[in-house]
Design a protein around this ligand. Sequence first.
Ligand code: ADP
Ligand code: ASP
Ligand code: MG
Length: 413
Amino acid sequence: MSLIVQKYGGTSMGTPERIRNVARRVMRWKAKGHQIVVVVSAMSGETNRLIALAKDVSPQPDVRELDVMISTGEQVTIALLAMAIKDLGAKAKSYTGGQVRVLTDSTHTKARILEIDEGNIRRDLENDTVVIVAGFQGVDAEGNITTLGRGGSDTSGVALAAALKAEECQIYTDVDGVYTTDPRIVPEARKLDRITFEEMLEMASLGSKVLQIRSVEFAGKYQVKLRVLSSFEEEGKETLGTLITFEDDITMEQPIISGIAFTRDEAKLTMLGVPDKPGIAYQILGPVADANIDIDMIIQNVGHDGLADFSFTVSRGDFPRAFELLDKQIKPHVGARSVEGDDKICKVSAVGVGMRSHPGVASKMFRALAEEGINLLMISTSEIKISVVVDEKYVELAVRVLHKAFELDQVPA
Ligand code: ADP
Ligand code: ASP
Ligand code: MG
C-alpha cells in the first residue's frame, strides 16, 4: 500500500459541490488501497478577500496579525472536506499547520518550512483515516502562526510528501497539467506530458503560477515525484497530467524551447549620471538589499565623461520603497544626477534545456519581437532561459508571438 499526497487548489475547493467532488476523488484513490494525505487551499478568492479586509482596517497591516488572519481560509476548507469525506463513509481528520506542527522560520507572510512532525499523521493513516492538512501555513518555534507566501499550498503539499516519503505528490488544479504557456493567454498552448525539473523551476520562478517556486525547489531537493493534474475531470476520464521529471529519466531528444513564462509583477529603476568608478554597484545595490528588496536584472550602461547609467528591476510591490530609497538616500550619497522609475513593465521568458546545445535561440527571439515592433527594455540570459523586459502593454502580444515563433503549438516530431 502506498502513500499519496494530493493538493487541491482554491478553484477546486471553490464551492460546496466542488468540495464534495474532491471528497469523491479522494475516496476513489483510497478504494485503490492507498493511504491519502490531502492538502487544501482556501476557497478561491478568500485569501484575496481577507488581505483586502486587513488593508481596509490598517493600510500596512502588522505581519504577525496578518498571518493569524489569512491562514483562516484554509482552516475552513480542511473542516469542510473532512465533513464531506465522512459523509461518504470514511474516516477523516483535519489539521491546521500548527496542529500537525509544520515548523517554519518566523518570516511572516513568506515563511520557510523547516521541519514537519509526522507523528499525528502516521498514527491516523495507520488507523485508516484520511488526513487533511491546511496548506499555506505553519507555526514558528514560538508558536506564532506563519504563512508561506501566495500559492504556498503547493509547497505545503510537496513538503509533506517529502517528509512522509510519499510515492507521489499530486497537485490538482483548474488546468489539466503544465502547458507550453498560460493557456488563458494563448489558447493554442499545448499540454506537456513531462517537463524536466530544471525547466519547471525556471518556469515557476519566471512567473508560471501553476506551481509555487518553492514547491518545485522542495521537489528537487527531496526528489519528490510531482504531478500536476485537473480536479475537474470526470470519473473514468482522468488523464495523467504533467509529470515533473529529473533529467536522468528523459531519454528522448529535448525540444529547444519548452515553454514561455511571463510576469506582470515587475518594475524598473534607473539611476542616471552615476560616477563610473569601482564600488559604485555596491554602493547602490547594498542599501537596496539591506532594505530586504530583491533585485532581479541589472544593467550598467557605459556612459560619457566618466558617468554611467545604472538600471535594475524589482518586484512591483517593492517599487515605491525602492524609488524612495534611491532618490532620497542613495542618489545624494553616490552623487548621481537623477533617478527614473517605470512600474509599467513586464518580463517575458523563453525556457528550455535544449537551448544549451542550440545557438541562435536569442536571435530568433529578438527577431520575432522586433517584427511586431516590440521594444526590449532589458535582456538577461542563463544557460536555459532568455528573459526580456517589455512595456506592459505588449506582454500578451509578446507571449503569443514567441509561442508561435518557437512552434510550441505544434506537437514535436
Ligand atoms: P490553484 O488555485 O489550483 O493553486 P493557480 O491559479 O495557482 O491554481 O494555478 C493554476 C493557473 O496557472 C492556471 O489556471 C493557469 O491560468 C496558470 N498558468 C500559468 N502558466 C501556466 C502554464 N504554463 N501551464 C498551466 N497553467 C499555467
Ligand atoms: N490560499 C493561498 C493563496 O491564495 C495559498 C494557495 O492557494 O496556495 O495564495
Ligand atoms: Mg496555486
